[in-house]
Design a protein around this ligand. Structure first.
Ligand SMILES: Cc1cc2nc3c(=O)[nH]c(=O)nc-3n(C[C@H](O)[C@H](O)[C@H](O)COP(=O)(O)OP(=O)(O)OC[C@H]3O[C@@H](n4cnc5c(N)ncnc54)[C@H](O)[C@@H]3O)c2cc1C
Length: 428
């Protein structure tokens, strides 16, 4: 069994440098070369800033080539059902609009390149683990339908969608899609290179301080001076990025990819070939591979951190797949890999300018469309002053100085939700 992403068979992250960094100066340094950083650097460079992009790992080795590649049209920012209660109608509507803008931005970027990134308009089915959750999804669907053209419907009967007795119904979002996340990364990377972005990987940000009107940036490869700084480190954010790292936690999530299944199995168990996720905090998400030959199944067994190779993790996935898709028949697991999902303490993305530094992170699990867009907007914030009305940049973000304690408690939280949602599935 392989413990790297299935997607790396199509594009594998690699080390790369096309410049020197030690004792150099740039207009802008972007830290973190995932979707966010690559799109920020690409946009800034295209607007004339001499831009350096660095990453402590190989290019794309963070979450961007590890996801399930589900592209949601407007669901990500609207994930919180209480968005309207907490922030009021006007802000909530603007949030949802920005989320839709991110989907449109992605579609615009990859226009005429659908095959290159395996983009498929599949729709997305959010499955309710209890009748109570189905009702919550119905309220959400009504809200979103009243203000968007996402074309959302509630399915009480799932017979045509999934052969399964576990879920009680679902919310179908027709205007949603799928992609091969690694190919999408390569697509953005090639664009950044053609926009003349200077890149150095691996190169780790160690610390930085502002001196007059520039930043003195200490990295593993030497000291760099820069007028502007963009921090795009998402779930991999740690102390070197500054106090903003107290805004975000990297929550480990894992995906298993099955062997090539016998012909027609995928069409039997998931006849509509959509993207699927469920309503639990102890979330499951699954999809067919783009060639419809394998099943990819994601979950949050947080206790499994760093144990991708263990038989315990493998049997966890086998058990869950059989429970959710009982008609799958005989199968084995060919790949298991993990990645860190950037979760903020208010579960909304953060895009914040402080002097000449912009921090941009917090995908909260839905970043394939959102994070390239926010990277692009982060660069616009520096090159123009036109984006100060972006609603995301106006939200107050919560820091939590108990971050490291919370990380230790995550497996217990995972256990609590597993138990709670198992009971909800039986009785609510
Ligand atoms: C298992 C999994 C499944 C997912 N599934 C989906 C999905 O189906 N749909 C969806 O929309 N989203 C999904 N996501 C989320 C999505 O992958 C992310 O939102 C997106 O990739 C975030 O991109 P990014 O550029 O912000 O972060 P990343 O790609 O994580 O990039 C951050 C980079 O910062 C670098 N970095 C950190 N600190 C430093 C430092 N000090 N110096 C230099 N570099 C540093 C890291 O090495 C990393 O490469 C999933 C995530 C995971 C982990």
């Amino acid at each position: 069994m392989k413990t790297y992403p299935y997607w790396w068979e199509f594009f594998k992250p690699y080390h790369f440098k096309n410049c020197e960094v030690s004792n150099t100066s740039f207009d802008l340094v972007v830290v973190g070369a995932g979707y966010t950083g690559v799109c920020a650097a690409s946009q800034a460079s295209s607007k004339g800033l001499n831009t350096l992009l660095i990453d402590q790992l190989a290019l794309g080795e963070g979450a961007s080539t590890r996801s399930a590649g589900m592209v949601s049209g407007g669901l990500n920012l609207g994930k919180k059902i209480n968005l309207f209660k907490e922030y009021g109608d006007e802000i909530a509507k603007k949030f949802i609009q920005e989320s839709i803008n991110s989907f449109e931005y992605l579609e615009d970027q990859i226009n005429h390149h659908h095959d290159e990134v395996s983009y498929q308009k599949t729709g997305r089915l959010v499955l309710a683990h209890s009748y109570k959750k189905l009702e919550a999804l119905r309220i959400k669907a009504n809200l979103l339908n009243s203000m968007t053209n996402l074309d959302i419907s509630i399915l009480k009967n799932l017979d045509e969608e999934i052969v399964n007795s576990y879920y009680k119904g679902g919310m179908l979002v027709k205007n949603a899609a799928s992609v091969n996340p690694s190919l999408l990364y390569n697509f953005f990377l090639k664009k950044a290179l053609s926009n003349n972005v200077k890149i150095f990987s691996p190169c780790k940000l160690l610390s930085y301080k502002q001196i007059n009107n520039y930043y003195d940036i200490v990295t593993s490869e030497g000291v760099i001076k820069s007028q502007y700084l963009i921090i795009a480190t998402n779930g991999y954010s740690e102390k070197p990025i500054g106090k903003e790292h107290y805004n975000i936690i990297g929550v480990p999530s894992y995906i298993a990819a099955t062997n090539v299944l016998p012909e027609n199995i995928i069409h039997t168990i998931l006849p509509k070939l959509r993207m699927y996720s469920d309503s639990k905090n102890d979330l499951y998400y699954f999809r067919p591979s783009p060639d419809h030959q394998r099943l990819l199944f994601g979950a949050f067994p947080i206790w499994a951190y760093g144990m991708e190779n263990s038989s315990l993790v493998k049997s966890f996935f086998i058990k869950k797949i059989k429970q959710i898709l009982p008609n799958i028949g005989d199968f084995s697991i060919d790949y298991i890999w993990g990645g860190k999902v950037g979760v903020t303490f208010n579960t909304l993305p953060l895009l914040k300018r402080a002097e000449n530094k912009v921090s941009v992170f917090g995908c909260n699990g839905s970043g394939v469309a959102l994070m390239p867009y926010l990277g692009y907007q982060a660069a616009n914030m520096l090159t123009t002053n036109q984006n100060n009305d972006l609603v995301i940049s106006q939200i107050k973000n919560n820091k939590n100085f108990f971050k490291y304690l919370i990380i230790k408690f995550l497996p217990f939280l995972g256990f609590y939700y597993r138990l709670k949602e198992k009971i909800e599935n039986k009785i609510l």
